[in-house]
Design a protein around this ligand. Structure first.
Ligand SMILES: Nc1ncnc2c1ncn2[C@@H]1O[C@H](COP(=O)(O)OP(=O)(O)OP(=O)(O)O)[C@@H](O)[C@H]1O
Ligand SMILES: [Mg+2]
Length: 271
């Protein structure tokens, strides 16, 4: 079926009630790569303003789920909605910020740190219309530069604003891409393993940011392998292993029995 913009949307537009209040909802979603099933029968509904942790083994389909939620990949079946709308419209309306897993970013991209963060403002710049919409981003209104600078400050990276992104360490790059997501000021943030490979200082910067995002009413979905962080910060945890094993409050969900079902017997909480 085609939506009003002529973009082909598979089963996404008509079946989603516009009045739905869920921040993110999936209904019987499946995903395949070259006919290999990766996700099957994934259904959930997440209220707005929550911090949701998505936990599961390597290859469980966690990053794939984010690709469905950003429209990078289309579901093979089922429907996905973001704030009661199609992913396509939610993205067009600048409501989704996405920080991919490290391995998927081209770190050699020739761009300085400030401009990486400013690129998070592109949707807002386009919304304003006018000539600036088509000019190089350095001509964006001062406000966009200020928001970007302040996001960079929030992650403690102001001193690196003029450095090429490729000349930063792994943890520094993670801070910068988090700043980019903050600058975007989207309603839903999808963070794919933001804690992997970062030091204690960066971790604590990240936790401060999480608390601020929640206070601002943002919905945050975070893929992580870090159980203590889930227990401390998440309102909801989803155990995912090709399908949803369990979803709910961390204390109820993170039981040895559920973890065994998720990791096929190889993991216990051991704390
Ligand atoms: N572009 C692709 N083409 C083919 N298969 C893919 C592709 N991306 C992922 N897969 C496969 O899909 C499955 C799920 O991958 P995905 O990246 O979603 O896992 P994940 O849960 O994010 O794992 P990890 O914890 O290692 O990041 C894996 O078996 C993977 O090999
Ligand atoms: Mg992944």
């Amino acid at each position: 079926m085609n939506d009003a913009t002529g973009v082909r949307q598979r089963q996404t537009t008509t079946q989603i009630p516009r009045s739905s209040t869920a921040a993110v909802a999936a209904n019987r979603v499946s995903a395949v790569y070259d006919r290999d099933p990766v996700l099957r029968d994934v259904s959930f509904s997440l209220g707005a303003g929550q911090l949701v942790a998505i936990v599961g083994p390597n290859g469980a389909g966690k990053s794939t789920l984010f690709k469905l939620l950003t429209g990078i990949k289309k579901p093979a079946g089922g429907t996905v909605s973001v704030f009661g709308d199609t992913v396509y419209r939610a993205r067009r309306d600048n409501r989704i910020a996405y920080v991919p897993q490290e391995a998927e970013i081209d770190w050699d991209y020739p761009i300085v740190v400030h401009d990486v963060v400013l690129s998070g403002r592109f949707g807002r710049i386009r919304e304003e219309g006018g000539l600036r919409r088509i000019l190089p981003p350095r001509f964006a209104a001062r406000r966009h530069h200020e928001v970007s600078a302040s996001a960079l400050d929030a992650v403690g990276m102001s001193d690196y604003a003029g450095r090429p992104i490729g000349a930063l360490s792994g943890g520094q790059k993670k801070r910068v891409f988090l700043a980019r997501a903050i600058a975007q000021d989207a309603d839903l943030l999808l963070l794919d393993e933001p804690l992997a490979g970062i030091d204690r200082a960066t971790e604590s910067v990240f936790f401060d940011v999480l608390v601020e995002l929640k206070a601002a009413g943002k919905t945050v979905l975070m893929i992580t392998h870090d159980f203590p962080t889930v227990e401390q910060f998440a309102d909801t945890v989803m155990l995912l292993s090709r399908s949803v094993i369990e979803i709910g409050a961390p204390a109820a969900v993170l039981t040895d029995e559920n973890l065994e079902r998720t990791y096929h017997g190889s993991v216990r909480r051991a704390r």
